[in-house]
Design a protein around this ligand. Structure first.
Ligand code: SER
Length: 579
């Protein structure tokens, strides 16, 4: 059976048994701000377990069924094996006082064995703990139905709650064999008998309380892709019709094929497609950061496979084709563009970033300058048998965020390249301006202070006179020439001694550590027109500062001084913008 048929047979099976079919909710949960993504089918139904009377009102039934889009970030590292996915669909049936254990178990048994003709390998039931009794009732029901292998299990088969609090309870799980004879968990039937007033973490630590729910609830979840794999007698989810075409495309185009990397590329791009279509746009925070991480990890794996850029579009198109009738939101050019935009942003710095990584560059620089999510750097380090000092990274990141709030250093609200695009451009313009002042006014001009926000840059510098209009024009022309000249911005880390030897600019009066980060602006021949002590981030090429281009695509100069004034005796201040 193909994916579409299994999905609709499931929904129909439960519709025929008194369940209302409810469409999947968004991947971004609407009624539970304490979780980033929807991780289970029950999430959209969470409020009904404590207020079951509303189910009848809202669904005209006490029972519902759905195929829910889910993302589980805890499984990201396992993606690439036969069964783990970062995005998956969950088939489920739910009841808010409509039926009990007997019906729930019988429905599941009938669907698996009669509707799909599969054999159940074994089932589990909860062994009990503290005041929660063992689920002997479920055990008995399974045995009466005729399942021979019924196993007692521990806390793994007590489910929930999701988020900060919510319904939870014992579960009974169904295992079937995949094509290689391995047992795979395919269905989880939760009996929501309790309400937990804290998170699962707190509950496990004994810091949350359980109370008995007034109404008995049922919440089942069956991983759709795993079911499909099992029903199709395939060895892995990537061999099912959902992935088949994408996997062959990757195989065909890869220069160095590797099954695991290919699976990661396929999985992550499929997840990104669904996430972006639900408005989780690649970014620095919250769910957007996960989308970004997945896309960037896919890009790194794709580059290892030797895939060219056009393959990304092909992969996305194949997924869109597969899903557009079920989840029409994925079929949207804007969604594809957002993903491609994120891919190309990252590609710009990927090669250099990998080089820097191989030079053991600080993960903080990799994140802020090259856009490498820390988790990606950690993974790359793991592959080389190295360990990243996460504590040091987190500390620097916090420091970075603090600094961004102070006037003297700047400007970067933490995180990855391109989120503060305007500020980053102005930062590079700031370096050009200092070099321009030295080149056109006086070689010995020193920086005394700086400040950059999204609108303008500000530099304070030591200078003995008020700049004339002519001098200001000269400086502007000098900087604009450098924008037009498309100069590379290159980052190096070196010892303070070496940096001083080569005459890198440092702020007058500032203190530096033994190892420093230096940014160079140089032409193709390596002639340096600017070298400054700086933590970054910067653009990769001065042409990125331009917003206007001539018909041949060459950047036009857009740097403009808007103010020049005195701030103290012998100290002048310039404010400038990029038009
Ligand atoms: N909530 C349970 C799970 O996610 C059953 O749907 O496994």
């Amino acid at each position: 059976m193909q994916s579409n048929e299994i999905r609709s047979r499931f929904l129909k099976f439960f519709e025929e048994r008194g369940h209302k079919i409810v469409p999947s909710s968004s991947l971004l949960p609407e009624n539970d701000p304490s979780v980033l993504f929807t991780t289970a089918g029950m999430q959209q139904f969470k409020p009904y377990y404590t207020a079951p009377q509303n189910a009848q009102k809202d669904f005209d039934s006490k029972n519902t069924t759905s195929s829910q889009k889910c993302v589980r970030t805890s499984d990201i590292d396992e993606v690439g094996d036969k069964t783990h996915l970062s995005f998956f669909e969950m088939l489920g049936n739910f009841s808010f006082g409509g039926y009990g254990k007997k019906e729930a178990i019988t429905f599941a048994y009938d669907f698996i064995t009669k509707e799909l003709g599969l054999t159940i390998s074994y089932v589990t039931y909860y062994e009990g703990a503290g005041f929660i009794p063992a689920d002997e009732k479920s055990k008995k029901i399974w045995e009466e139905i005729g399942v021979k292998d019924v196993r007692k299990d521990g806390s793994d088969v007590f489910w929930g709650p999701t988020g900060d609090s919510g319904p939870c309870g014992p579960t009974t799980e169904i295992y079937c064999k995949n094509a290689s004879g391995e047992d795979v968990e395919i269905w989880n039937i939760v009996f929501n008998e309790y309400f937990c007033d804290g998170s699962r973490e707190k509950f496990d630590k004994g810091e949350a309380n359980l109370t008995k729910l007034e109404t008995f609830g049922v919440d089942t979840g069956m991983g759709f892709e795993r079911l499909l794999m099992t029903e199709n007698k395939k060895d892995s989810i990537y061999e099912t019709d959902l992935f088949e075409q994408v996997m062959s495309l990757i195989k065909e185009k890869a220069k160095n094929y590797n099954e695991k990397s290919a699976r990661v590329v396929a999985d992550h791009l499929r997840s990104a497609l669904f996430m972006v279509s639900d408005n989780s746009i690649p970014g620095n925070k919250g769910s957007g950061y996960i989308t970004r991480r997945l896309i960037r990890r896919a890009v790194v794996k794709a580059s290892g496979l030797g895939l060219s850029d056009d393959v990304f579009g092909g992969i996305l198109d194949k997924f869109v084709e597969k899903y557009k009738d079920i989840y029409p939101k994925v079929n949207n050019d804007i969604v594809r563009q957002e993903i491609k935009k994120e891919i190309s942003k990252f590609k710009e710095s990927l090669e250099q970033g990998i080089k820097e990584f191989n030079k053991d560059t600080d993960p903080f620089i990799l994140a802020t300058t090259y856009g490498f999510p820390i988790e990606l750097t950690e993974e790359l380090a793991n592959e080389k048998g190295l360990k990243i000092n996460r504590e040091d990274f987190d500390k620097k990141m916090v420091e970075h965020q603090k600094l961004s709030k102070t006037a003297s250093v700047g400007m970067f609200k933490g995180g990855l390249l391109n989120d503060n695009e305007k500020t980053i451009k102005l930062h590079t313009a700031h370096h050009l301006l200092l070099a321009g002042l030295q080149a056109t006014i006086n070689q010995n001009i020193k920086q005394k202070g700086s400040n950059i926000n999204e609108e303008r840059l500000r530099i304070d510098f030591l200078c003995d006179h008020k700049l004339t209009d002519e001098e200001k024009k000269k400086i502007e022309d000098w900087v604009n020439d450098k924008i037009k000249a498309k100069l590379n911005v290159v980052h190096k880390e070196m010892s303070l001694v070496d940096a001083q030897k080569i005459g890198a600019q440092m702020e007058f009066g500032a203190k530096y550590k033994d190892n420093v980060s230096v940014y160079f602006i140089e032409d193709d021949k390596g002639n340096q027109i600017s070298k400054e002590f700086c933590a970054g981030p910067h653009v990769k090429n001065t042409s990125e500062l331009a917003s206007v281009f001539d018909p041949d695509g060459n950047p036009k100069g857009n740097f403009k001084i808007i103010k020049e004034e005195a701030v103290a005796s012998g100290v002048r201040r310039i404010k400038a913008v990029l038009l």
